[in-house]
Design a protein around this ligand. Sequence first.
Ligand code: TRP
Length: 327
Amino acid sequence: MKKRLVSGITATGKLTIGNFLGSIKPSISLQNEYENFIFVADLHALTLPINSQELAENRKSIFAFYLACGFDPEKTVLFFQSEISEHSELYWLLQSATTIGELSRMTQFKDKARLKQENNTEKVPTGLLTYPILMTADILLYNPNFVTVGADQLQHLELTRKIAQRFNKIYKTNFNIPRAIISDSSQKIMSLTNPEHKMSKSSKSKNSTIFLSDTPEEAYKKIQKAQTDSENKIYFSKEKPGVSNLLNIFMGFTGKNKEESLLFFENKSYQFLKKTVGKIVANFLENLQEKYKENLVLVEIFAKKGAKKAKKIASSNLQKIKEKMGL
Ligand code: TRP
């Protein structure tokens, strides 16, 4: 029998080429190997204030891009988190085995809470704290063997494993202790304007991020403005985060390895690098957006199908968990 894999993506902001290269593309290549459950984490988007129209657009757009990028609804159960109410219900049940201490030690909580306040907890939304419990519910509801996450989510997955172990001990549940498949860090795409930081879908700086919804011309222009350095020699180095990032983008889209890429750019200028990468990305977006348009009208149909499959497993598992808990 195929092993089961779960993954989710938070519906805050639009998808970027970083999301595509670092997480979507590798996940798609796993869909033959595993029984895949992939969802748009639209409930997680509520941990920070978000305009409802924006949320509605984001979640639909992510779903359509997932289809356009190559998730096959026959192989992957693709759905919206909020359409399976069992996620929220299990979330409550799991709170019984989690402490405030544990949750407040999560670095993502500390970072995001710090941005919201100067030690004023009145300003920190509760959802920011309890976020990892909902994530645990997302996972344990399907009892997977594997979870794909970015490196920044490993601490949350560690907590999930702890909660699963606790439940197995206290309530004699049979949760698998899920293992992480980490999105390939060599494919981590950095900001174009500040290449020491990850390319972020919620960045405020206009030229830092290439969204999958950018027009090919916009994307091309952003790459021409990308930060490099003054050496004008193309190679990988920690001291050259901008150039290394452009090389990584090149490798991600062409499938060439490091040596091949360096050979390709031997004795070439930064201008040539930027033009080449710009054209490749623009071309990719043009093709993708054509498929996106076709898929946008199919989102409801496929989401319904996915939700039906997910619901069946989620409700039967939740029932079993509740019985073990005496409910
Ligand atoms: N927290 C994850 C992120 O920000 C998204 C997510 C929500 C997730 N629930 C999940 C990932 C369950 C894996 C499994 O990337």
